[in-house]
Design a binder for this molecule. Structure first.
Ligand code: 4AD
Ligand code: MG
Length: 465
């Protein structure tokens, strides 16, 4: 039999036709009624709207009806009719019902509505069955699809960079070790150090903090590439914006300077927001109405405004003049804290800001040095309520300058010999950036905690599911 999802039936009842029989399967959200008739709200995860199933008690065994409780999974065959009731235009008059799986009301954790987000995090295995998470997960899917579409349509190639790496990409964060050693019996060298030669890869390896360095190798061959995969940072930062395992999109483009890079970043984010507005309005409207009343308005406004482009030095001036006491004092050279970023975006400019030309000391070794010798061609895109959503730069393409910087930082060319090779053989100006997928989703869904936009969050002391 042809498989039909509730989304298709609800959006386009004509594919079944009023008066015809339909075959639906899903989970019961609620059941209410009286001695004569029951109304079941059925949801199969394809759409936030439920399908109403009308049950004439007389036609069914009482024992069967008893098993149909919130959370149970059922299969219904019945006639599609126009609904007489409020709240829906169509409904199904049940002819036959099969219970696939019951859900004991005494035990089912989602028996009642209105659970807190904190509680739902503890039942991450079941929370996709709530309306909130259904919306979030469908939007997450839509954004992933839109990202691939955006790049595919513009001749960017999807490059799979390794998750296990022997390079500390950029000191972007503490790394997770990857080893097959028995931790109770680690082989040591004569001078007492860990003997990685005996480990699986014959060297010290980690989970990657970024695919960028390998991305650059791809860009200097294919022109434009992007990566889209999981990224790992073992920072012990328990904030609403950090995960230990998050997904990152990293485009890398040959022949792009910093200003081309900014243009792409702005166009990319606007495209994704527009995509959600054009294709996922049901989910956005639900989140807007139930959770964050200004969500849709905020999304629409971002697609219309030009992002501010501002140098780090000017930003520091604005912060110094700000009539606000910051927890972290402001002076030239500091790494901006989220309170500073949010002041610029939410109070001062009231729109997204792209900050450029940061002091080289607070940025990674690969960023192109400006003529002043002090700042680098970095760019961070800062968003309302989120702070940094994108980090990127033009890359240092000059072999000698890169070597000087690497030496200044007490790193060695040897560590990155393959990276240096690209500067020796056919080097080219190039740029790229990384968009945090979950940070994007915080913006798109209006959720306030990053743990609520990824199905199974990984944070310090938490890897249950
Ligand atoms: O600014 P970051 O560290 O930049 C890089 O990793 C570069 N290699 C990117 C590049 O140029 N190709 O990280 C990029 C973005 C941040 O702006 C933020 O959105 C997100 O990744 N991010 C995190 N998201 C969730 N949890 C964390 N712990 C994150 N750390 C960074
Ligand atoms: Mg950054």
């Amino acid at each position: 039999m042809q498989k039909i999802r509730l989304k298709d039936i609800i959006k386009n009842p004509d594919i079944i036709g009023i008066g015809n029989n339909v075959d639906v399967k899903g989970w019961v959200r609620t059941k209410r009624g009286n001695n004569f008739v029951q109304f079941i709200a059925l949801n199969d995860g394809s759409i936030v709207t439920n399908l109403q199933i009308v049950v004439d008690n007389e036609k069914f065994d009482e024992a069967l009806l008893k098993q149909i409780t919130t959370g149970s999974c059922i299969h219904v065959i019945g006639k599609l009719v126009e609904s007489q009731g409020k709240g829906q235009t169509i409904e199904v008059q049940a002819e036959s019902i099969e219970v696939y799986g019951s859900a004991d009301p005494e035990q089912y954790p989602l028996q009642k509505k209105g659970h807190s987000m904190e509680f739902l995090r503890e039942i991450a295995h079941l929370r996709p069955r709530t309306n909130y998470f259904g919306c979030v997960l469908r939007l997450r899917h839509a954004m992933a699809y839109a990202i691939h579409k955006y790049f595919n349509d513009r001749c960017f190639y999807y490059l799979h960079t390794p998750l296990i790496t022997s390079s500390d990409a950029e000191g972007a964060g503490e790394m997770f070790n990857v080893t097959t050693f028995d931790l109770n019996n680690i082989p040591k060298t004569e001078d007492g150090k860990v003997d990685y030669k005996q480990d699986f890869f014959g060297k010290h390896t980690n989970l990657t903090v970024s695919g960028q360095l390998e991305g650059e190798l791809g860009a200097l061959a294919l022109g434009n590439i992007y990566t889209f995969g999981p990224t790992f940072r073992a920072e012990n930062s328990n904030t609403p914006r950090h995960l230990a395992e998050f997904w990152m999109i990293e485009p890398e483009m040959a022949f792009y300077d910093i200003s081309d890079n900014m243009d792409l970043a702005e166009d990319f984010i606007k495209y994704l927001v527009k995509y959600a507005l054009e294709n996922n309005m049901d989910d956005l409207r639900f989140l807007n109405d139930m959770f964050d009343k200004s969500l849709i308005e905020r999304l629409e406004s971002v697609t219309k405004v030009d992002f501010v482009r501002l140098g780090y030095t000017e930003a520091i001036d604005i912060l110094l003049k700000a009539n606000k006491k910051f927890e972290y004092p402001v002076k030239w050279g500091i790494d901006l804290q989220s309170e500073h970023e949010r002041y610029l975006v939410e109070n001062h400019f009231k729109r997204p800001v792209i900050l450029t030309d940061y002091p080289k000391e607070i940025k990674a070794f690969y960023m192109k040095l400006n003529d002043d010798g002090k700042t680098v061609r970095a760019m961070d895109v800062l968003f309302p309520s989120i702070g940094e959503i994108i980090g990127g730069s033009e890359r240092e393409a000059d072999y000698n300058k890169l070597l000087t910087r690497v030496n200044e930082l007490n790193m060695t060319e040897q560590q990155y010999w393959w990276y240096f090779d690209t500067r020796k053989f056919g080097s080219a100006p190039h740029s790229g950036f990384g968009l945090g997928f979950e940070r994007l989703l915080l913006f798109i869904t209006g959720m306030t905690n990053i743990r609520d936009v990824i199905p199974f969050p990984r944070t310090p002391q938490n890897a249950e599911f």
